[in-house]
Ligand binder design. Structure first.
Ligand code: FEO
Ligand code: CA
Ligand code: CA
Ligand code: CA
Length: 725
């Protein structure tokens, strides 16, 4: 979710692009670090320079085994035209149905959503939550266990990122005032989190529907009890009145992108958690200088009011816990540390209804977009890639200490504890020559010590709770808002969307505040002109970076990268539209990203720059490989390394969403015949009295005046075939 320029949301400004990174490490460092000069890249061309670079990294420039398989992939659908219609538009020969939307009951006992906001707060413990986002499909066997191959019956885990005000949840939107109404806050707390629902194929065709009343149906909310695991479990930084020993907490918030594990559990990722927590004015006087540094780096400044104002709804512990203010004699008597209990990767075992979700501290604390695994290989570590979605933040990876054993499939949190409690966290540096380095964030190494002058790290728990500060210390590369990542199952290359960045300034400007000059990995600076005036500046349309680990080993500490695709309007200047997009595939602000089983790449958008022309969309792509492109000079004059140009055969628009929405979250059955996508916040530019959308009702009834709702969409092919091929 991200705000349109100048938009003031009614309930939940997520500040997706918030920048709290004041550190001095810039990409100038990359230039100093370069092993190949820019001139070498530009003069010699990409072929010579990448061959030299790849051989220096021990790589083959033509990719690893199996990497040619994507050459056989072909997109078989007619591209969908950009449009502003209030429906999900799919190619000819495809069908759309709605699986579930905000407020739909998962149980048989609650009444259907009534289009009036009168559902009780309590009932949201059994209703589909708001703000559908990341999701994953798990096949479900007849015996009720995980089955990777089961296509006609499964569990769908869906993130409910935030409360989309003012449309769906309350009778008349959020009640105004500086103190919130308790019943409204309670409903919002239960409308966040994750839904788990059993789904099955219908008697004919490949569409799937919700099994109401299934014993697997479950809600995880912002009040669900959870356990901590890993180095920060039991640390003083996690002590609260709820858990004086710092081993447990309640709730997961602002669950954006997602992940999944090779052993069959769901990972939900806490992104804009800063928005649910407030802090009293004057609280700094009760804090140490070190604490203030930590709080400020994550945007929790003195006197900060949470946009949600959940902490204003009364004296019940359900509400008080959202204020990170010192009120008691010790951390065991108040919620001064509540802020530290969010910002984690959370594992949910969807197959065990009463299992307690686990927050894995070894994977670090930041605005987690998602958590994407490499293919698990017997005897090798399990590796996850992660991005911190705020302007100028970093890309991370986690390498497990335990080595993969396929016998752990189906072992739920027992396997989670084995692979995710212990391991090494790294942060990425992208060098200007197309090489990159993973730098270890381990206490005692790379300056992460108690004598560090940026922040005195007491121990590994302190490094993990303050991972952003650790990234600052080692000089990680500040990116244009890392959103989703995806690992190509055919060759192990990793892709990550960098959605946009309004903080990039011209290479000739003098940056102020959190502004940054472009660098080779975040190269573009330009102005988006609409109707003769500047609409947005910086990198309004975003790009997709990708990398190949040295030797094809996910645990390697060096890699080679290029920029796979630049978002742009087809009519933009050539140094903006660097990938040569046309009307068939032009897009802006990539966000969701996913490889299907065939190695086809799916790209989803959450955009505010091209929305004068089209609603947000999803594209399908046959991606190529690192090093298949050329050197280029981006708008603003910064050199970069780009992948092969897109063609209408390799990148094509598959879907356009309804009005004012974001298309985010994707899953597919293992037979590739049922595709799921989420539509978040349709109609967010409107209001209850002046709506701009009636989706999903408008999908089948163009005259509907029902309230717009976030929902999961099911897409199948009329001929029963596989999707998109
Ligand atoms: Fe919730 Fe980064 O999008
Ligand atoms: Ca976004
Ligand atoms: Ca434009
Ligand atoms: Ca997102």
């Amino acid at each position: 979710m991200s705000l349109r320029p100048g938009q003031t949301p009614a309930i939940s400004p997520l500040n997706d692009g918030e920048s709290t990174n004041p550190s001095a490490n810039t990409h100038i460092q990359d230039i100093i670090d370069a092993r190949l000069s820019r001139r070498g890249v530009l003069k010699g061309g990409i072929a010579a320079s990448t061959t030299a670079l790849f051989s220096s990294l021990g790589l083959s420039a033509c990719g690893g085994s199996g990497s040619d398989k994507d050459d056989a992939l072909a997109l078989s659908f007619d591209a969908v035209a950009k449009n502003k219609n209030d429906v999900v538009t799919v190619p000819a020969g495809y069908e759309v149905s709605i699986l579930h939307a905000l407020g739909d009951p998962l149980s048989l006992t609650d009444a259907a959503w009534a289009n009036n906001g009168n559902e009780s707060a309590e009932s949201y413990n059994r209703r589909v939550g708001d703000g559908h986002d990341g999701m994953h499909y798990f096949g479900l066997s007849d015996a009720g266990a995980y089955s990777a191959s089961r296509a006609d019956r499964g569990l769908l885990c869906v993130n409910h990122e935030y409360v989309v005000g003012p449309n769906g949840l309350h009778p008349n939107g959020r009640t105004a005032g500086s103190a919130r109404v308790a019943s409204e806050v309670e409903k919002e707390i239960y409308a966040h989190g994750v839904s788990i629902s059993e789904i099955k194929r219908n008697s004919s065709g490949n569409a799937m529907t919700l099994v109401r009343g299934s014993a697997f149906n479950r809600r995880v909310t912002s009040a669900t009890p959870m356990a901590f695991s890993g180095p920060a479990r039991g640390n003083a930084l996690l002590q609260t009145k709820y858990s004086p020993d710092g081993t447990t907490t309640r709730g997961t918030n602002n669950n954006c992108g997602n992940g999944y594990t090779p052993w069959g559990t769901y990972l939900t990722c806490e992104e804009n958690f800063t928005n649910v927590i407030g802090r009293a004015t004057g609280d700094n006087a009760k804090r140490s200088a070190k604490e203030i540094t930590g709080l400020n780096r994550y945007g929790m400044t003195d006197g900060r009011k949470s946009p949600y104002l959940w902490d204003t709804a009364g004296s019940d512990d359900l509400f008080v816990r959202w204020s990170a203010s010192v009120t008691g004699a010790s951390a065991a008597e108040d919620y001064r540390n509540t802020f530290n209990t969010f910002g984690w990767i959370v594992e949910i075992d969807p197959f065990t209804a009463n299992s307690t979700p686990v927050k894995y501290t070894a994977l670090g604390r930041f605005a987690h977009e998602g958590c994407w695994p490499c293919k698990a290989v017997a005897g090798k570590p399990v590796v996850f890639y992660m991005g911190d979605d705020s302007r100028n933040e970093y890309i991370y990876k986690f390498v497990s200490k335990a080595l993969w054993d396929a016998a752990d499939v189906g072992k739920g949190h027992t396997a989670g504890a084995k692979y995710m409690s212990e391991g090494t966290l790294y942060v990425a540096k992208f060098n200007s020559d197309g090489s990159g380095t993973w730098v270890e964030l381990t206490h005692g190494k790379n300056g992460l010590t108690a004598s560090n002058t940026t922040y005195p790290f007491a121990d590994q728990a302190d490094v993990l709770v303050h991972a952003r500060l650790a990234g600052d210390v080692i000089g990680a590369t500040k990116m244009d808002r890392p959103e989703w990542g995806a690992v190509n199952p055919m060759n192990g290359e990793v892709y990550m969307t960098l959605t946009n960045n309004s903080n990039r300034v011209s290479p000739t400007a003098t940056p102020t505040g959190s502004q940054l000059k472009p660098d080779t990995a975040n190269p573009r600076y330009y102005e988006d002109i609409k109707n003769g005036t500047t609409s947005q500046k910086g990198n309004p349309n975003g790009h997709i970076i990708r990398w190949r680990e040295a030797g094809g080993d996910p645990a390697a500490t060096t890699f080679a990268w290029d920029i796979y695709l630049f978002g742009a309007e087809a009519t933009a200047a050539a140094n903006v539209n660097l990938s040569g997009l046309t009307a068939v595939n032009d897009f802006s602000s990539p966000d969701g990203l996913w490889f299907d089983q065939n190695g086809m790449l799916w790209i989803q958008t959450d955009d505010g720059a091209y929305t004068d022309v089209t609603n947000c969309m999803m594209l399908a792509a046959v991606p190529g490989k690192v090093g298949d492109g050329s050197a280029a000079t981006a708008a603003g004059g910064t050199p970069t390394i780009k992948g092969a140009n897109a063609t209408e055969a390799t990148v094509r628009r598959f879907l356009v969403g309804p009005k004012d929405c974001e298309v985010t979250g994707i899953a597919m059955t293992p037979d590739r015949k049922t595709l799921f996508i989420n539509v978040q916040h349709p109609g967010e530019e409107g209001s209850l009295t002046s709506p701009t959308s009636a989706w999903p009702a408008s999908q089948t009834d163009a005259t509907s005046t029902k309230r717009p709702r976030s929902a999961t969409v099911v897409i199948t092919r009329s001929n029963g075939g596989e999707i998109a091929v």
